[in-house]
Design a protein around this ligand. Structure first.
Ligand code: 13P
Length: 248
């Protein structure tokens, strides 16, 4: 089980350091059998890395460029993230697909570059409300998985995050059955793409308005292997309550 926090574009120095310290203390407070990841904005990565010291929480970034270095003003390469102590990078988040016109093919290039740099990837997929209402959820998500993952992707390097766009930051969620249906379909697509064994091992997280009150239900579904948490990851008490309620 993985509990991952995506802080998005939030947090100045003091907020980020405090949040990381609080989470470190709370995670250490009891024996836990889950993997924890926090993904602060680029500006906080170094400071949060220091604040997490001594704990078992992995550091992740929220995006990277597909190139190792070069003339890409304002971008950050996967090698730079690795150098800062990141072990994960989130790629293909719907906010990047929407705000920066990232296609699945481009996400796939980033995934490859991240793996080459020694990072693990959290690859996001998910349908819009319009696509859901048109009955295209499974088609859209299947296609995103096929196109965003490189051939031969391994469960040790890739985590999928299913995040319905309409559930992000809205307080709305699909029903547990709807979540399970998508996750099972994703695993089926994965089995065809990377083989049954790797597909069985690959973690598929749910994201979109995860909070302490729905964590137990969402994270006990057979094909749900954890959560990617936005808003509720900005409060240590909520982030930890989600983990606790999920049995972590
Ligand atoms: P919320 O938890 O705020 O809905 O955000 C989910 C998300 O986008 C995580 O990547």
């Amino acid at each position: 089980m993985m509990i991952a926090g995506n802080w998005k574009m939030n947090g100045l120095t003091a907020d980020g350091v405090n949040l990381a310290k609080e989470i470190t203390v709370a995670v250490k407070a009891k024996k836990r059998n889950c993997e924890f990841v926090v993904c602060p904005p680029f500006t906080l990565l170094s400071l949060v890395k220091k604040a997490l010291r001594g704990g078992k929480i992995a550091l992740g970034a929220q995006d990277c460029h597909a190139a190792e270095k070069g003339a890409h003003t304002g971008d950050i390469s996967p090698v730079m993230l690795k150098d800062l102590g990141c072990s994960y990078v989130i790629l293909g988040h719907s906010e990047r697909r929407a705000d920066h016109h990232e296609t699945s093919a481009y996400v796939c290039q980033k995934v490859l570059a991240a793996h080459q740099a020694g990072l693990k990837t959290i690859v996001c997929i998910g349908e819009t409300l319009e696509q859901r209402e048109a009955g295209k959820t499974i088609d859209v998500c299947s296609r995103q998985v096929k196109e965003s993952l490189p051939d031969g992707a391994k469960a040790a390097d890739v985590v999928i995050a299913y995040e319905p766009v309409w559930a992000i930051g809205t307080g709305k969620t699909p029903t547990p059955q709807e979540v399970e249906d998508v996750h099972a379909a994703v695993r089926h697509v994965l089995a065809k793409k990377i083989g049954k064994v790797e597909a069985g091992k690959m973690r598929i997280l749910y994201g979109g308005s995860v909070k302490p009150s729905n964590a137990a239900e969402m994270l006990s579904l057979p094909d749900v292997d954890g959560a990617l948490i936005g808003g509720a990851s900005l409060k240590s008490a909520d982030f930890i309550a989600i983990a606790d309620n999920a049995g972590c």
